[in-house]
Write a protein that binds this ligand. Structure first.
Ligand code: HEC
Length: 189
């Protein structure tokens, strides 16, 4: 009897762990796909517009389309999966984190970058039994300075449009390698 019981315990342990691992893996893959889709879409559209129309029109393009592009991607996913971008120094008011755990995560990642640490590619955070958030840090690249850099690196015309549309803009003064924010995919099972 004792032996049977322990086999039972062992089996449930093994399957329990295996089950958890698959869901974690699946979840990470699902989140990663959503993040990559949003990232690629926005980056691709910005690059295309920059090439065809230059910085000022592209700044306007972002103002006009970032929200609808994000929404379109979100509606292509099942209920319970969503993705967005967040930043503590935000431009878009929708870009500010909506919960304390997101603020804490951004502060933590920002401090790590300041300390010269390399950030993980993705961070999985369990919020509750069936609710996860997956973060992908966003660092500033050279191309971003046109609209997010200091006065010396920003494009004047582009920034005129940006300031007009976002009078409370905080997303400037960045240098290459700075922590800009994160993509967050939320998954509720
Ligand atoms: C042509 C101008 C332009 C360029 C280039 C640009 N951005 Fe932006 N960015 C904007 C505008 C306008 C917004 C506000 C609209 C929106 O939500 O996208 C924005 C918003 C963001 C947001 C959302 C959070 C917030 O602050 O509102 C992030 C994150 C971001 N940009 C990161 C980047 C990164 C990283 C790069 C370089 C790879 C980059 N941007 C290049 C104009 C630009």
């Amino acid at each position: 009897m004792k032996r049977l019981l322990s086999v039972g315990v062992l089996l449930s342990l093994v399957f329990g762990v295996a089950l958890q691992a698959t869901t974690q893996k699946e979840l990470k893959m699902e989140a990663k796909a959503a993040i990559i889709k949003l990232g690629k879409t926005l980056k691709g559209e910005v690059a295309k517009s920059m090439k065809a129309h230059g910085p000022q029109s592209t700044a306007y393009f972002c103002y006009k389309n970032a929200k609808s592009l994000t929404k379109k991607i979100n509606t292509s996913y099942p209920k319970g999966v969503s993705v967005k971008r967040i930043s503590l120094k935000n431009r878009n008011k929708d870009g500010y984190p909506t919960s304390k755990d997101e603020v804490a995560m951004l502060k933590k990642l920002g401090a790590q970058v300041k300390a010269g640490k390399k950030l993980p590619k993705m961070i999985v955070e369990k919020i509750s039994e069936n609710y996860y958030k997956v973060y992908k840090p966003i660092l500033v690249g050279k191309k971003c300075l046109v609209c997010h850099g200091d006065a010396k690196h920003r494009n004047k015309d582009a920034y005129k449009t940006i300031k007009e549309k976002y009078p409370n803009d905080k997303a400037i003064g960045y240098k290459v390698g700075d922590f800009r924010g994160a993509f967050v995919a939320e998954i509720r099972k």
